[in-house]
Write a protein that binds this ligand. Structure first.
Ligand SMILES: C[S@@+](CC[C@H](N)C(=O)[O-])C[C@H]1O[C@@H](n2cnc3c(N)ncnc32)[C@H](O)[C@@H]1O
Length: 275
């Protein structure tokens, strides 16, 4: 049998179809997920999903390297989110009462933002800036981290920027005590910003030119422990380039969404060589 198969493999056209079938096996499951998603989801952008278990461990390992904490600490921060009933209830209820609910799914899936949360818990930032707020998934999660930091004696404030005056409906209730959204163009807002930034997250206009301008605009506000997270690093090299130019370290974490067709974005992480 093995010999016959080996012989058939030598016939170019038969081997062509065998090879094509073997390659497409990696993608065919995605088409099933796309059709299922088409019927079950209302999202048309900024998709939400959970990450696979292995992928979460890999995320924790990356953050542990940058923050010099044990990986078990970082995994405990992920668990803390999972157990935060107030936060989950807040997101579900606020979404259900929002006009934007026509484009939002029920359920709460933070994906790579769990990494943002763990950074905010691990480095105890006094100032967090996130450019691009959208519904406020990142905003509310980062403010939940600041709420926990206060219990440990570290206060901090979140600033979000968004050009869309309707953005940020999830940053409400008790979470609003920890942050505010500055509406308008990010570069304009960042140019007027005066405070030193401990944790910066780029997630606004995703053109590479705009992303790079954001990093250069906040450069004078960075301190020796500042961490920059890029939400665009799966599609541009701008944070890696900025890090090279400014003698900073750079790592990239790639998302692996669980049970979703989206191939995943990632987190670019730029941090000081001496921090
Ligand atoms: C991908 S979403 C942000 C997602 C959000 N960080 C989260 O955690 O879900 C991008 C957001 O950037 C905003 N945006 C686009 N261009 C902008 C600009 N020039 N200045 C400020 N915000 C901008 C959009 O209105 C949109 O809400």
């Amino acid at each position: 049998m093995k010999e016959i198969l080996n012989l058939l493999k030598r016939i170019w056209i038969l081997n062509f179809f065998r090879r094509i079938y073997s390659a497409t096996k990696y993608y065919n499951r995605k088409y099933v997920q796309i059709v299922k998603w088409g019927f079950t989801s209302k999202e048309d952008t900024n998709f939400t999903y959970d990450l696979t278990g292995d992928n979460l461990v890999s995320l924790a390992q990356n953050i542990a390297i940058v923050t010099k904490k044990d990986v078990s600490h970082i995994l405990a921060y992920f668990k803390e989110v999972e157990q935060n009933k107030d936060l989950f209830e807040h997101v579900v209820l606020t979404t259900a009462n929002s006009k934007e609910k026509v484009f939002a799914d029920s359920g709460v899936r933070f994906g790579r933002r769990l990494g943002w949360y763990a950074f905010a818990r691990a480095i105890k930032p006094k100032v967090i800036v996130e450019t691009g707020v959208d519904k406020g998934m990142g905003a509310v999660l980062l403010c939940a981290a600041l709420e926990k930091n206060i219990l440990e004696g570290f206060s901090g404030k979140y600033y979000g920027t968004d050009i869309n005056s309707r953005a940020g409906y999830l940053l409400s209730g008790k979470y609003k005590e920890f942050g505010e959204i500055k509406y308008g163009d990010s570069i304009k807002t960042l140019s007027a910003f005066k405070e030193s930034i401990d944790l910066f997250i780029n997630d606004s206009d995703h053109s590479s030119e705009y992303e790079y301008r954001e990093y250069n605009t906040i450069k004078p506000l960075l301190n020796k422990n500042s961490v920059i997270l890029g939400d665009n690093s799966h599609s541009t090299d701008k944070l890696s380039f900025f890090s090279l130019e400014n003698d900073r370290n750079f790592l990239f974490f790639k998302e692996n969404p669980s049970n979703h067709w989206y191939p995943g974005a990632g987190i670019g992480i730029s941090f000081n060589k001496t921090s």
